[in-house]
Write a protein that binds this ligand. Structure first.
Ligand SMILES: NC(=O)c1ccc[n+]([C@@H]2O[C@H](COP(=O)([O-])OP(=O)(O)OC[C@H]3O[C@@H](n4cnc5c(N)ncnc54)[C@H](O)[C@@H]3O)[C@@H](O)[C@H]2O)c1
Length: 359
């Protein structure tokens, strides 16, 4: 199954997302590509063990030059230091503009390897093979690549599109449950802001999805990719519409960092979505029944929905002022109008937000 991301603006950055091909078949396919001098798989320690070594072996069986570079699993690897180490290794191995970087792993690997590809020799081709639900429905599409800084996440990065994205949903079978639920928060977000039918599907097929039934997984991953595609095609560089995808993220990011990252990104976004739905409701945009429906769906997937008691709301809201979405002390929120419809760029001061949350 193929989706085409059409970004034909100044230079042709368009590419295909292939959903459903197994990893071994992906390796066989890319081994046949013409004009590639060397292949570099960038992965993390967990994914290397489960999929990377076998992927390397399949590629090598085609008598091509392949190297595998692995970094420790987790967000702590998304740094300039790790990027520098990877660049040193790639240059020693004589990577050049006709090399191909393969980002095999979750969002950390996609963001890191993509950013390495974006800047090495002013840009060498890369492909994404996302292996977490979050990366399959979100981070592998749209070309945002970055590393973190001690002052905040994703502060140093670029927009750099992959040549292709291959999604094998069977890799989700080995994903720890908490990571799977983490991705489900983003899936629920897409449904809440853009697709009422998907929202109902997630409710109806909850058990099949949690049991990782293949056809339901393909359905939700494909639908989310289509939704992200439609947004990214209209706004490649996040100047307007793409901010719709920030629903739940303004307060979510603040909650995530206030928890010292004990809450996962998806858990924090789930909490953020309910908080932002409450703000929407206080402004008369969204119904109380809507909040209840959203909350019930998040809880069905065992995601938290309340700001933890030990967190002070005022402090959380003040910390949103450090976010990239701040303009003149007002934060731009994406708010929800009804299930399947959202509104971008609602400017609110900290006091307005605090007042609507304490009602
Ligand atoms: N670029 C974007 O548009 C965008 C969007 C959303 C999030 N992100 C970024 O994505 C990152 C989070 O991504 P993530 O949630 O995928 O985290 P991750 O890459 O850290 O993966 C989560 C964990 O799952 C393991 N793992 C990966 N695939 C596996 C598999 N198939 N089986 C077993 N274990 C597996 C990893 O080793 C890791 O321990 C964050 O850095 C975030 O900033 C980027």
């Amino acid at each position: 199954m193929k989706l085409h991301i059409n970004l034909n603006k100044i230079t042709d950055n368009s590419y295909d997302i292939i959903i459903g091909t197994k990893l071994a078949a992906v390796a066989r396919e890319i081994a046949m590509w013409n004009d590639i001098s060397k292949y570099f798989i960038i992965t993390d320690s967990n994914v290397k063990r489960i999929y990377g070594d076998a992927f390397l072996k399949t590629l090598r069986s085609h008598k091509i030059e392949v190297h595998l570079l692995s970094v420790p699993a987790g967000e702590k690897s998304k740094t300039r230091k790790t990027k520098e180490r990877l660049e040193d290794k790639l240059l020693k191995l004589k990577a050049d503009r006709s090399s191909l970087i393969i980002a095999l792993g979750g969002g950390v690997i996609g963001d890191l390897a993509g950013f390495v590809a974006a800047t090495l020799m002013r840009g060498i081709p890369f492909i994404q093979i996302p292996t977490t639900l979050l990366s399959q429905v979100d981070s592998s599409i749209g070309g945002k690549v970055a590393v973190d800084h001690s002052l905040g996440k994703n502060l140093i990065g670029a927009f750099y599109q992959p040549k292709k994205v291959y999604i094998d949903v069977s890799t989700l079978n080995t994903l720890p449950e908490r990571e799977f639920r983490n991705g489900m928060a983003e899936v629920i977000k897409y449904a809440a802001i853009l697709d009422k039918q998907l929202f109902n599907y997630l409710k109806q097929f909850h058990q099949q999805i949690m049991r990782k039934n293949r056809s339901t997984l393909v359905h939700i991953v494909k639908r989310c990719c289509e939704l992200k595609k439609s947004v990214v095609e209209k706004d490649e560089r996040e100047t307007g519409l793409r901010r719709i995808l920030n629903f739940g993220h303004t307060i979510g990011h603040a909650v995530e960092s206030s928890s010292n990252y004990k809450l996962s990104h998806g858990e924090a976004v789930a909490i953020g979505m309910i908080a932002e739905a409450k703000i929407s409701s206080a402004l008369g945009l969204f119904s109380k029944t809507g909040i209840k429906r959203l909350k019930e769906l998040l809880q069905l997937y065992r995601l938290p929905t309340d700001i933890p008691r030990n967190m002070e709301i005022r402090r959380i809201i003040s910390s949103t002022l450090h976010d990239k979405k701040v303009h003149h002390d007002e934060v731009h929120y994406t708010l929800i109008e009804r299930i399947g419809k959202a509104r971008v760029g609602v400017r609110l001061t900290a006091d307005e937000v605090i007042n609507s949350l304490s009602r």
